[in-house]
Design a protein around this ligand. Structure first.
Ligand SMILES: C[S@@+](CC[C@H](N)C(=O)[O-])C[C@H]1O[C@@H](n2cnc3c(N)ncnc32)[C@H](O)[C@@H]1O
Ligand code: SF4
Length: 553
């Protein structure tokens, strides 16, 4: 498992310690459990640690497993209460919430500090739960069994650092994560200074559909970074929505950089950067590149370069030309770095043709397309805004997908909307994989031989090849016949379980396919053919690509 250290417990504890000292005195906080547990493990853990209030955090990746587990064993856990929070807890707009989740006693939605403090105070100090006096949570009336849901209130970030305030608990959490993390991918810490996002991109649930207010903790980053260094944490994910929006973000990244340059701290950072303050972004990218804070890739989140699509998704952006100029400048200065763009396939207004143009233009500018399939998030405007629904007429489908560890999971994906059909989406997905694979070959060739290949010509050729049709037919038939949202054939049409491939990794699995590599080789200039054979036979291509993917940036 990749060790994400989940830090929300520190935020809750700080809030209670500072604002409710009487309550704080009565609480003992246990180390949060990050990974899935079997029923027996959870039963044992609760018993051994005398857990009486179990707090669970729910999002796309664990909601189904966690709720089924609670349904199975809640009665045997002997708890005083289960408090559930996280983006998948929709008690605020689901009147059947407690019927669907009878094992949850208190449900917290949106920012949870105040709600959590009120619920725990009720459980521990027996203060009454009154909807009018609390916010952002729901529970069942103990007399009538009917649900009560308190209104939403924006909760500002506290000025106190949750990391520094809880240095001892945080230190134990880090030690625990390091002990449990058995893979080569080390622990990442999500690091937030700003809460909320001022924008409302239609695919995004950042603000949980609860407004676009923003608040920020200031002047704490130096002590926090000192603490990260002391705890030997190396990988920091800047998880604000728009790092660089505030000038202090530049100072913060500068401080990380100084630690690397002067004290050899070995920090690596990654994050979500500002949509509009490109001046600060450029400063941040330069600082990161010069100090080894990034070693492989610089990330631009764009979603699509087509202005009409950006308009359809209410996405603020400075324009493709500005991104390209910035990428060129950065590549010129730091030729070892790759610029990549995060993109979403299946957005409103996209067509096979528009998406192909987007992909090809990105690849032609030597930028790596890093694409995702549009996922409908319940708390995003795409799902809750009736005007969006009416305008784009999306239909969604429940499908089986495969994750990086080859586990199956259930996902929801768009089936069609007014600008694309189910068949079109399949084509868009396969062409994304092909463009990504060609881009990866181009970037590897540029890194190793300083020569670029004719990506435009190669992609055009591949998109009229038999291999492309085979993959499209395979995905389409898997999807419509068996609800499988993955490939079970390779580029040559061979059925193989080893290539059973989640669509999002199609680019990588194409590179591992000899027929695909051979087809590309036949489209290259003579000297480039030899170069590609060399990179392929020595496994340099796949190793380099893996290195790119293991850096989160
Ligand atoms: C954690 S999100 C960061 C969002 C960031 N604040 C931004 O403005 O781009 C990382 C990436 O996930 C992808 N993503 C976000 N929401 C998505 C959705 N509903 N479906 C598919 N991909 C999504 C986007 O490409 C996004 O850039
Ligand atoms: S995608 Fe990023 S910028 Fe857009 S609303 Fe979400 S967090 Fe904000």
């Amino acid at each position: 498992m990749q060790g994400w250290i989940k830090v929300n417990v520190l935020v809750f504890k700080t809030f209670i310690d500072i604002l409710y000292p009487d309550l704080a005195e009565k609480l003992e906080w246990l180390l949060p459990v990050q990974d899935a547990m079997s029923d027996d493990e959870l039963l044992r853990h609760v018993k051994q640690n005398h857990v009486d209030i179990l707090c669970t955090s729910h999002y796309l990746w664990n909601h189904e497993a966690l709720t089924s587990q609670l349904l199975r064993i809640k009665s045997r856990l002997m708890l005083r209460a289960v408090i559930a929070g996280g983006p998948s807890i929709d008690v605020n707009n689901n009147k059947d919430f407690f019927d669907q989740h009878p094992y949850i006693d208190y449900a917290v939605y949106g920012a949870g500090e105040q709600a959590f403090a009120d619920i725990v105070s009720h459980l521990v100090l027996e203060t009454p739960m009154i909807a009018f006096n609390t916010s952002n949570c729901g529970w069942k009336n103990p007399n009538t069994g009917l649900p009560i849901v308190a209104d939403y209130k924006f909760v500002k970030m506290l000025e106190t650092s949750p990391f520094v305030h809880n240095a001892e608990l945080f230190g134990r959490m880090v030690a625990d994560a390091k002990k449990k993390n058995v893979t080569v991918i080390p622990e990442w810490v999500p690091y937030t200074l700003t809460r909320g996002c001022p924008y409302a991109c239609t695919f995004c649930d950042w603000n949980s559909g609860l407004g676009n207010k923003v608040s920020r903790r200031k002047n704490t980053y130096q002590q926090e970074i000192d603490l990260f260094q002391k705890l030997n944490l190396k990988n920091i994910y800047l998880s604000d929505a728009n790092v660089g929006q505030y000038d202090e973000d530049v100072d913060m990244v500068e401080y990380f950089a100084e630690k690397n340059l002067k004290e050899n701290a070995g920090f690596r950072i990654s994050g979500n950067y500002s949509k509009l303050n490109k001046k600060n972004n450029l400063k941040i990218f330069n600082i990161m590149a010069e100090s080894g804070l990034v070693q492989q890739t610089l990330n631009f989140s764009i979603q699509d370069i087509n202005e009409e699509i950006l308009h359809n998704i209410d996405r603020p952006d400075v324009g493709w030309d500005v991104h390209v100029a910035m990428a060129d400048e950065l590549r010129e200065k730091y030729p070892h770095l790759i610029v990549k763009t995060q993109l979403i396939c299946g957005l409103p207004g996209q067509t096979v043709e528009s998406w192909r143009q987007t992909m090809q233009q990105i690849v032609a500018k030597n930028i790596l397309p890093n694409w995702f399939v549009n996922e409908p998030l319940p708390a995003s405007p795409a799902i809750y805004d009736p005007e969006y629904q009416r305008k784009w007429n999306f239909e969604y489908d429940k499908v089986t997908r495969i994750d990086l560890q080859a586990n199956h999971y259930v996902g929801i994906v768009p089936k069609k909307c007014i600008s694309f059909s189910q068949h079109d989406l399949v084509k868009m997905i396969i062409l994304s994989g092909i463009c990504e694979a060609v881009s990866l070959i181009n970037l590897t060739m540029m890194q190793h031989f300083k020569l670029r290949i004719d990506t435009e010509f190669i992609i055009d050729n591949l998109l009229s090849s038999e291999g492309y049709s085979i993959l499209c037919d395979n995905l389409y038939s898997n999807w419509i016949n068996e609800q499988k949202f993955y490939l079970t054939q390779d580029f040559a049409g061979n059925t193989t379980t080893s290539c059973s491939c989640e669509v999002g990794f199609a680019g990588y699995s194409l590179l591992a396919n000899e027929t695909f590599i051979l087809q590309i080789k036949n489209l290259l200039l003579e000297n480039q053919k030899e170069q590609l054979s060399y990179l392929n036979s020595k496994k340099i291509l796949l190793q380099y690509v893996l290195k790119i993917f293991t850096e989160l940036a």
